[in-house]
Structures are given as structure tokens and as C-alpha cells.
Design a protein around this ligand. Structure first.
Ligand SMILES: Nc1nc2c(c(=O)[nH]1)N[C@H]1C(S)=C(S)[C@@H](COP(=O)(O)OP(=O)(O)OC[C@H]3O[C@@H](n4cnc5c(=O)[nH]c(N)nc54)[C@H](O)[C@@H]3O)O[C@H]1N2
Ligand SMILES: Nc1nc2c(c(=O)[nH]1)N[C@H]1C(S)=C(S)[C@@H](COP(=O)(O)OP(=O)(O)OC[C@H]3O[C@@H](n4cnc5c(=O)[nH]c(N)nc54)[C@H](O)[C@@H]3O)O[C@H]1N2
Ligand SMILES: [Mo]
Length: 679
């Protein structure tokens, strides 16, 4: 999208870009309103005690205060006493600089980011199987020509409206679209087949589909033999997952399971077949294994590397892909390198001009980090960049308690988010349309983002904030506020890594309309289509990994007899900091609803519009009943876009996936209580 005109008259016009084909969602159309919102923060805010109101101060005063706080905390408790929480909406340059700031200026191991809540399960499974984690293995326009597309847990019509035209094109071209979701969403309604499975059972379904594929002779034996390892171990588990057993656990009829397998095999033999996952299948305490089982299925069918075929993950945040490649992750260095890899440490330390031994090791994941804040040995100071974590993290009341226990909380944001409202210092920063930089989309294509309007007077870019703080901490020479300088350094730091950007220059991005990574040479094109001949693993083969189904972390019982699942609605974005401030969007959905089947409502004595408390063992949230036959009668759904009493994350379960450390946002056990009042 591009912006034009002076600040007060910004219009957002869709740009003709292959990923969104000129389409733009409602959020995009109204985003211009946010650029001029009177609620934008324009002065640094500070207070000496959290019981006091904030007072506006100069940038000098605010940055001095933050630096003094960091020095005090680290002087008393060591480097790791300061923690950093980043965001997948940050540009590549900001994400990179934040990771470097933590390791070089703060020398803390404690940095992670909200992408942990987003695509970490898909990322972990992809790395394990393919040796690389790039959302799509081919350019998005390929999708329209694909024979069969299976979407596991994505409501694309509401969450990525421009993407929907690619899926609709699949059907228009005679292909098959299958959507697995416990709700009959707008997306599911447009599918050839909707699989209305029980929440938390995608893994059992994936095992069952592979069982059928083998039993019915659909697997590609030569591909398994030549291009993969580990299939025998996978089969030993899958052999026990016969279709009737899978039906009992998932609720998916055997005939539907067979239809899905046949559609994938038919697609492969024709124009290709793709399995895509989104948060519905991934945000579970077994999300990594679920994605792994789906990748195993794709490998057994011989899909990855074939035209328009394979496995892909539907991206979430603005820079969900690039934001997870360059060091915001607890265990990561730029270029998707591991922070405990001695070769990677040597390379990156040299680019940064520090000794490898001074770089910290891996730290805890997002929720683990939050749990430790303010505790005996935990961090005592937290810097937040691009997340409203008190609304978006699971078990929200615990999160608020942990933040309250900190010596210093510093939040950089555009608005007074619920998290910023708990801080000691709030720093106002620029947003998307006001700054230069690069982002990487789900295809692995690095694209430019250009400043289209001037930021409000008084705000600074995050790169300026970080270099200002670094200077006060004695590292000013290592942190440039200029995005182009930072990108050139990122290129060098990523050289030789899995996500190698070294051949990508700003000029090339402009000339070529984006460049795909990996791209190790300025003279060569990047890789737009992966895995044709080989996988980036040590032996060049993809790894089938044996995984087994397991129950949800918290099952229903007589006390909490209903499943709760959570997610998004069209009108609001994420924790809602921005969209709740746009009048048109707020009017469209002013408060959270709890979607409920009429049978379940009748059993509980609720009618449409009733105010209910959705309660779990961890807390409760307020919402209005929205009756709909589109949801299973054993499950209710709530969006997570609101704070305070309306925050569904006061209810959700922080059970973590052992590999990705993804919380189980998508299923926990609740009961429903009347809260009085109707619409
Ligand atoms: N309008 C809007 N668009 C957004 C966002 C937003 O906040 N608002 N956020 C962006 C971001 S960061 C992300 S990550 C993406 C997320 O995009 P999606 O993954 O499409 O969004 P969700 O609504 O979280 O989840 C998708 C679906 O998963 C289903 N689901 C729940 N439990 C299960 C289960 O156990 N199995 C299966 N198969 N499905 C299940 C839900 O019913 C829901 O319809 O959206 C992006 N786009
Ligand atoms: N129950 C439940 N919880 C969930 C999910 C779910 O499906 N269910 N989904 C999870 C997922 S996938 C995600 S991605 C997270 C997202 O949740 P959050 O991490 O809270 O992300 P946002 O709401 O996008 O918050 C971004 C904040 O940063 C600000 N901001 C925007 N741009 C910038 C910038 O450039 N710099 C700085 N410093 N600030 C900026 C915004 O104003 C906003 O306050 O929520 C997770 N939580
Ligand atoms: Mo996300």
C-alpha cells in the first residue's frame, strides 16, 4: 500500500502487488485514520511512582531516566536483570537492532517477542523437517493454479482478506479447497469441504490422514526413499491411527477423511497440492507436533519441491516472517542462526565489533520470561517494543502481577496501550507509514517500506530510541539511527546463515520489486521456489519425525464442561490498541462476543445478547452471547481484541509446547455464568 498527500489528508490506496493483488482489507482502509488520531502519543511520559499520573518530559530526561534505571538494576543484579520484549510488527531493521541492543548494549540473555505466540510452532516444525523456516516454499500467485489446498485452522477471509482471492481462484480454476476449523467460518463456507473437527485434535487427524494415504496406496514410495529420512519410525506410530479411531477423537467422519486424502493425491497427480497451517492448528501445547504430522503427510505424498506443492504457514503480523529471522528470538542471532552455535557467534561478534565470549547464551521464551519478571532471580526491568503483552499473553492476570513487580517498566508505543498504562516510562515512536525500512513477506520476499508521511512532531523512530539509549550505556558508536545503514549491517550479519540477505540491497529491492531470500550474492536472484532438488539439511533430505497425538493440556470436566477457543474477527487487530481507536471499526464491534451454539445456550439458559462471564481455573472475562449455528455445540469462541475485564486471555491456559514454547491459546476448559444485563 502507498500513501500520498500531506499528513492531514492521507488516503490509503492499494498498490498492485502480487501478494494482495491490489486488494486491501477494512483494517487497511481505515488505517489512515490512525495516522492522525488525537490519541497518538507525542511526548515521552514519566512518573516516579505507579500510583501517580504520568507527566510529559523531554526526550533527554526520559532517556536519561531509562538508562539510569538500567544501570541501577544491572549494577545490583547483573546483566540478565534487564529484559526486552519485541514485536513481529517491527521492520527488519528494528527487529535486528533490538536483538543486537539486548546482546551488545545490555548483554542480557533475556529477550523474546510476541512472534513466540504467533508462528513459533510452524517455525519449529519447518526447521526440524526442512532445515529452513520460510512461510511459503513458492510465490503466492502459484496458489491460484494449485489443484488442492488444505487450510488447517485459518480464517483467512477475516484475517487476511486479500489472500482469500488466491484461495477462491483455486476453486474458480476447478481445484479443491478444504478448510479444517471447529467453526463454520466465512472461510470454511467458501470451501469445497469443511472439516468441523473438535478443537485440539488436528494432530490425530493428520496421523489418520497419513494412515489412509498409506493404506489406500497414495504415498510416493520413490520420493520417500530418495528425498526423506525417518519414514519407518513415522509409520510405526501412524499404523495405530486407523480411521474409526480418528473419527472418535476428532469428530471427523471416516468418509470425510478419505475425501481429503483423495483430494490431496489427485491434486498432486494434477496441478499440485498444498497443506497450509495457521494459528488454529498451531497455537496448542502440541502445535509443533501437529505441524510436523502435516509435514510428514506432505512428504509421504511427495509434495515439497513439486510445482505448486508442499507445506506452508500462513503469516500473521505485519513483518511476521522477517521479524523472526534476525535475532529477537531468545535463541537466535541474525540470519536465522542459533546463538549457541560457535561459528555463528564468531561471525556475528565480528560484525558487531565485540568479543564472542561477551555475547550471552539463549534465554527463556516469551511466556517463561514474563513468568520470571520481578521474581527472586528474574529480571527487574523490562523494555517493550511493539507488543501489548498484558492483553495478548495467556493467563493475563498473572502477567499483570508480574509487570507490577518490576523495578522499571519501559514501553515504546504509538498509543497508551493497556501495557503502556502500567509503565514507569512511555516513549512515543513512529509507525508504519512514517518510516523507511524493509519487511519480509510470507513468500520470503524482502520488500521496501517507505516513509509516506511525516511523523507527528515529538515522536522518534525506534532506531533513534535505541541509539540514544546505547549512547548513554557507552555503546553509541555501534548503533546507527539510519535504517539503510542498519540494513547493510544486517546483510553482513546474516551472510552465510539460513536466512542469508547478503545479496539483497535497497536498490535491488526497488528495481526488482522485492528480492527472495536466501540470496547470498548481489549478482544472483534469490530463491523463489524451494526444495526442487534438495533440502537445506546436512544430508539434503527432509526429515520425517515420528510424533504421536496427545490430549489437550486442560480437558473439560463437570466443573468446567465447555471448550473455549479464541481468535480474531474482521474488525479488530490484535490486542486492539489501534483498531479500538478507529471509530468505524469500534462501531462495527464495540465489545467482545462469545459465539455459542443455540443448543448450548439453551442448556445454560442464555439468549442472544446476554452478558456472560466465561470462567476458567485462571480467571474470567465478560462478553455478550452471540448465537450461531456455525460453531460446534461443545465449544465457545471469543476474540482476544479487548483489555481489562473483557480480555479473554485472563481465561486462557499458558500450557506451553515443549519445543516451540507456544501457549495453548486455542483450547481450554471453561464454564459460563450469567453476568446480568442484556443487549
Ligand atoms: N482481522 C484481523 N486480521 C488479522 C489479525 C487480527 O488480529 N485481526 N491478526 C494477524 C495475525 S498476527 C495473525 S497470527 C493472523 C491469524 O490468522 P488466523 O490463524 O486465520 O486467525 P485465528 O482467528 O487466530 O484462528 C483461525 C481459526 O482457527 C480456528 N480454530 C480454533 N481452534 C482450532 C483447532 O483446534 N483446530 C483448527 N483446525 N482450528 C481451530 C478458529 O475457529 C479460527 O477461525 O491474522 C492476522 N490478521
Ligand atoms: N487468546 C489469544 N491470544 C493471542 C492470540 C490468539 O489467537 N488468542 N494470538 C497471538 C498472536 S498470533 C499474536 S501475533 C499476539 C499479538 O499481540 P500483541 O503482541 O499485543 O500485538 P499487537 O496488539 O499488535 O501490539 C502491538 C503494540 O505495539 C504498538 N506498535 C505498533 N507498531 C509499533 C512499532 O513499530 N514500534 C513499537 N514500539 N510499537 C508499535 C501498537 O500500538 C500495539 O500497542 O497475540 C497473541 N495472543
Ligand atoms: Mo500473530
Amino acid at each position: 500500500m502507498t500513501l500520498s498527500g500531506p499528513r492531514a489528508h492521507v488516503e490509503v490506496t492499494p498498490r498492485d502487488f502480487p501478494t494482495n493483488r491490489g486488494g486491501l482489507c477494512q483494517k487497511g482502509w481505515t488505517a489512515a485514520e490512525l495516522l492522525t488520531s488525537p490519541q497518538r502519543l507525542t511526548m515521552p511520559l514519566l512518573r516516579d511512582h505507579r500510583s501517580e499520573p504520568f507527566r510529559p518530559v523531554s526526550w533527554e530526561t526520559a532517556l536519561d531516566k531509562v538508562a539510569d534505571g538500567i544501570r541501577a538494576v544491572q549494577g545490583a543484579h547483573g546483566h540478565d536483570a534487564v529484559a526486552v520484549f519485541g514485536g513481529g510488527g517491527l521492520t527488519n531493521e528494528k527487529a535486528y537492532q533490538l536483538g543486537k541492543f539486548a546482546r551488545v548494549a545490555l548483554r542480557t540473555k533475556n529477550i523474546d517477542y510476541n512472534g513466540r505466540y504467533c508462528m513459533s510452532s510452524a517455525a519449529a516444525a519447518s526447521n526440524r523437517a526442512f532445515g529452513i523456516d520460510r512461510g511459503l516454499p513458492f510465490p503466492l500467485p502459484d496458489l491460484a493454479e494449485t489443484g488442492t489446498v488444505l487450510v488447517m485452522g485459518g480464517n483467512v477471509a477475516e484475517t487476511m482478506p486479500p489472500f482469500m482471492q488466491h484461495l477462491n481462484a483455486v476453486k474458480d480454476n476447478g481445484g479443491t479447497l478444504i478448510v479444517a476449523d471447529p467453526r463454520r467460518t466465512v472461510t470454511a463456507e467458501q470451501a469445497t469441504t469443511h472439516i468441523q473437527l473438535m478443537p485440539g485434535t488436528d494432530l490425530a487427524l493428520a496421523l489418520g490422514l497419513l494412515h489412509i494415504a498409506v493404506a489406500d496406496g497414495h504415498v510416493d514410495r520413490a520420493y520417500i526413499e530418495n528425498r526423506t529420512t525417518g519414514f519407518d519410525d513415522v509409520w510405526r506410530v501412524v499404523t495405530g491411527w486407523w480411521p474409526e479411531r480418528v473419527e472418535r477423537i476428532t469428530g471427523v467422519p471416516v468418509a470425510v477423511q478419505r475425501t481429503v486424502v483423495r483430494a490431496l493425491a489427485t491434486g498432486r497427480d494434477g496441478r499440485g497440492a498444498v497443506i497450509l497451517t495457521a494459528r488454529g492448528a498451531e497455537q496448542h501445547s502440541k502445535g509443533t507436533d501437529t505441524v510436523t504430522a502435516l509435514i510428514n503427510l506432505s512428504l509421504a505424498l511427495g509434495l515439497p519441491g513439486r510445482p505448486r506443492s508442499g507445506y506452508g504457514c500462513i503469516t500473521g503480523q505485519g513483518n511476521g516472517q522477517g521479524g523472526r529471522e534476525h535475532g529477537q528470538k531468545a535463541d537466535q542471532l541474525p540470519g536465522y542462526r542459533k546463538i549457541d552455535d560457535p561459528v555463528a557467534r564468531d561471525h556475528v561478534a565480528e560484525v558487531w565489533g565485540v568479543l564472542p565470549d561477551t555475547l550471552p547464551g539463549p534465554g527463556p521464551s516469551a511466556y517463561e520470561l514474563i513468568e520470571a519478571l520481578g521474581t527472586e532471580d528474574g529480571p527487574r526491568s523490562l523494555l517493550v517494543h511493539g507488543s501489548n503483552l498484558v492483553v495478548s499473553s495467556p493467563r493475563g492476570r498473572r502477567v499483570a502481577e508480574r509487570l507490577a513487580g518490576l523495578d522499571q517498566l519501559v514501553v515504546c508505543d504509538l498509543f497508551m496501550s493497556e501495557t503502556a498504562a502500567l509503565a514507569d516510562v512511555v516513549l512515543p515512536v513512529t509507525q508504519w507509514a512514517e518510516e523507511d525500512g524493509t519487511m519480509t513477506n510470507l513468500e520470503g520476499r524482502v520488500i521496501r517500506r517507505r516513509a509516506a508521511v511525516d511523523p507527528p512532531p515529538g515522536v522518534r523512530t525506534e532506531l533513534e530510541v535505541l541509539s540514544g539509549l546505547a549512547a548513554r550505556l557507552g555503546h553509541g558508536d555501534k548503533f546507527s539511527p539510519d535504517p539503510r545503514v542498519v540494513f547493510d549491517e544486517l546483510r553482513r550479519a546474516s551472510a552465510g546463515g539460513v536466512a542469508d540477505y547478503s545479496g539483497i540491497t535497497w536498490d535491488r529491492i526497488d528495481e526488482e520489486g522485492g528480492v527472495f531470500w536466501p540470496c547470498p550474492s548481489e549478482r544472483e536472484p534469490g530463491e523463489s521456489r524451494l526444495f526442487r532438488d534438495t533440502f537445506p539439511t546436512p544430508d539434503g533430505r527432509a526429515r520425517c519425525v515420528a510424533v504421536d497425538h496427545r490430549a489437550v493440556a486442560e480437558d473439560v470436566d463437570p466443573e468446567y464442561p465447555i471448550y473455549l477457543t479464541t481468535g480474531r474477527i474482521l474488525q479488530h487487530y490484535q490486542s486492539g490498541t489501534q483498531t479500538r481507536r478507529v471509530e468505524a471499526l469500534a462501531e462495527g464491534a464495540a465489545e467482545p462476543r462469545v459465539e455459542m451454539h443455540p443448543d448450548l445456550a439453551a442448556d445454560n439458559g442464555f439468549a442472544n445478547g446476554h452478558l456472560v462471564r466465561v470462567r476458567s481455573r485462571r480467571g474470567d472475562a465478560l462478553a455478550r452471547v452471540l448465537l450461531t449455528t456455525s460453531i460446534r455445540a461443545d465449544t465457545v469462541f471469543m476474540p482476544f481484541h479487548w483489555g481489562g475485564e473483557q480480555a479473554v486471555n485472563r481465561v486462557t491456559n499458558p500450557a506451553l509446547d515443549p519445543t516451540s514454547k507456544m501457549p495453548e491459546f486455542k483450547v481450554c476448559a471453561v464454564r459460563l455464568e450469567p453476568a446480568g444485563g442484556t443487549s
